[in-house]
Design a protein around this ligand. Structure first.
Ligand code: SAM
Length: 281
């Protein structure tokens, strides 16, 4: 899978533009760095200023209608994307390639979005700056506008890095275990809730669809006076599984009760949640 990142700050992603393998930038660490080095994914950066023709390499201009700040011009962005060999919008096969604008006004980028993008061959990410991007970029060039959360950033680069990271770790072979991404927060939930690993260890029980992960602990069993939940040390996998399910429900109730709306909850889950004070709206 190939990402093309259109930005006025290619150095943010590490390495010179177009090298496909970031150096020490935000993509150059851990799982992501390994995936890019091994060729499981490619990330190319493109300097928007290379598509300008004036002495000052101007990419922005004043907003029509007046008001604060500057707006990124459509022309360098169009020429940059057109130079990448991506089909124009009406002919574009969006099951294979997608052009995305990072924008606070976009649809929220979620794990489900990441799963969809992970099925594509090619994704172009356009990073806005200043007051934003000439609207014709969204209208005529992009398939989607995505926001990474309900806050305003000063540029789209962090959002692009978030998308590359979230998508690349879902590509086949990138995580150590093929199922790892299914059994974590917001996991797909297409497995029965009692799925075990091959060696009989209970998995996270995200089979019920898209809840938060349960709490994890590692050694020592007691740290600064706080012991691990006793059940995790007793080796009874069915009890551990039940505890994890309930811890997962409790954590989701505490931090993200909105996720219950689409969750597949059993009668036992509902009874437990009712005990915590959750009432389905
Ligand atoms: N005037 C815009 C608004 O109020 O929606 C904010 C522009 S912001 C200062 C500059 C750029 O940062 C945007 O064009 C976009 O590319 C990026 N950006 C800001 N917030 C974002 C978010 N939540 N998700 C993704 N990109 C964001």
């Amino acid at each position: 899978m190939r990402f093309d990142i259109v930005t006025i700050f290619p150095e943010f992603f590490g390495g010179p533009p177009n090298n496909g393998i970031p150096g020490h930038g935000i993509l150059g660490h851990g799982i992501l760095e390994r995936a890019l080095r091994s060729g499981q994914a490619e990330a190319h950066t493109h300097d928007l200023r290379s598509f300008t023709y004036d002495r000052h390499r101007t990419v922005d201009d004043r907003p029509f209608g007046g008001g604060e700040g500057m707006v990124l011009k459509a022309q360098p962005i169009f020429e940059c994307v057109e130079s990448l060999g991506i089909a124009a919008k009406p002919e574009r096969d969006t099951a294979r390639e997608s052009v995305i604008l990072l924008s606070a006004q976009g649809k929220r980028f979620t794990q489900a979005t990441a799963r969809r993008l992970a099925t594509l061959d090619r994704v172009v990410l356009i990073c806005g700056r200043y007051e934003g991007v000439d609207e014709r970029v969204s209208q005529l060039l992009c398939d989607d506008e995505f926001s990474i959360g309900d806050y305003v950033l000063s540029g789209g680069e962090l959002g692009a890095a978030v998308i590359v990271d979230a998508v690349v770790r879902l590509l086949p072979g990138v995580l150590g275990h093929a199922d790892s991404s299914k059994y974590e927060s917001f996991g797909e939930g297409d497995e029965p809730a009692d799925t075990m690993t091959e060696d009989g260890v209970p998995r996270s029980t995200h089979g019920a669809g898209g809840l938060l992960d349960y709490p994890h602990y590692t050694r020592p069993a007691e740290f600064r006076g706080v012991a691990i939940p006793e059940v995790l040390g007793n080796g009874d996998h069915s009890v551990i599984r039940k505890w994890r399910r309930r811890a997962q429900l409790a954590k989701t109730f505490a931090n993200r009760p909105d996720l219950f709306t689409d969750a597949d909850l059993s009668d036992d889950d509902r009874e437990f949640l009712a005990g915590l004070g959750y009432t389905a709206s």
